[in-house]
Design a protein around this ligand. Structure first.
Ligand code: NDP
Length: 242
């Protein structure tokens, strides 16, 4: 195995938005990467050096784990995973299709737990590692038409903090990153045109939202602390966001 100066970082949902920005930042800092998403052509198009790209749906634990084993054979043990893959399908409880709730809980909660379990035993064994879970400001407060999405993101805060308590004595860090609105593809999957239009108006009235690079910087800041320092949570949002 070639010797790398920096350890392997795994990023789920690296094909767009926050995940792609984080991949570019960590790559520029010299980390070898495993990038995961369903749209493999988009992660390959990033063209990053020392990077393995795999088509993985985070709901499928076996393919997630297999990709990590393949990357570790190339780059050594995983030192961090950024569980970033997520979907936001806005809707109201009275009328939203239950399939949309299931998709959000599958990806945002079970997919994130899959990512945690795929690396945690090895990190505990090595007594080193960091799990960074991407939540949302919608994991701290509620917003109209966000009931199920908020449910998943409040869950991410709870899971991460509980995981931190579980892993702390093994010198493994867990971090929750909770961004406010960010300019990405996230809203585009919501099926209600009226909700999408309303969200767009809210963003415009606010005078702009975060750039994905702002969130990538927060992720890298938390990770690049000494291993003895666990930044437990970062909440960041556009200054004008209420
Ligand atoms: P994007 O829609 O741009 O990115 C979402 C990423 O998740 C894509 O790379 C997508 O890849 C991936 N993804 C979705 N479902 C799956 C799946 N089943 N398996 C693997 N990958 C999947 O949105 P963002 O960058 O905004 O979202 C990233 C994270 O940030 C999410 O967890 C989101 O909830 C959170 N967030 C976003 C905010 C915002 O305003 N944008 C605010 C707060 C938090 P692909 O489709 O190729 O599989």
């Amino acid at each position: 195995m070639k010797k790398y100066h920096k350890p392997l970082i795994v990023i789920t949902g690296a094909s767009s938005g926050i995940g792609a920005a984080t991949a570019k930042l960590f790559s520029a800092q010299g980390y070898p990467l495993l990038l995961l998403a369903r749209r493999i052509e988009k992660i390959e198009a990033l063209g990053l050096p020392d990077t393995l790209c795999k088509k993985v749906d985070v709901i499928d634990y076996d393919s997630l784990k297999a990709a990590i084993i393949e990357a570790e054979a190339l780059y050594g043990p995983t030192d961090a995973i950024v569980n970033n893959a997520g979907v936001m399908l806005l809707g109201d409880i009275a009328s939203q299709d239950a399939k949309e709730w299931k998709e959000m809980f599958d990806v945002n909660i079970l997919g994130l737990l899959n990512g945690m379990q795929a690396v945690l035993p090895q990190m505990k064994e090595r007594q080193h590692g960091t799990i960074i879970n991407i939540s949302s400001i919608a994991g701290r407060k509620t917003f109209p038409n966000h009931a199920a999405y908020c449910g998943t993101k409040f869950g991410v805060h709870a899971i991460t903090e509980n995981g931190r308590e579980e892993a702390a004595s093994f010198n493994v860090r867990m971090v929750t990153i909770a961004p406010g609105a960010v300019e990405t593809e996230l809203l585009s999957h919501t099926t209600s045109e009226a909700i999408k239009v309303g969200y767009g108006v809210w963003k415009d009235e606010m005078g702009g939202v975060l750039d994905p690079n702002d969130v990538a910087s927060a992720i890298a800041y938390a990770y690049n602390q000494p291993q003895g320092v666990n930044i437990r949570e970062i909440v960041l949002a556009a200054t004008k966001q209420q």
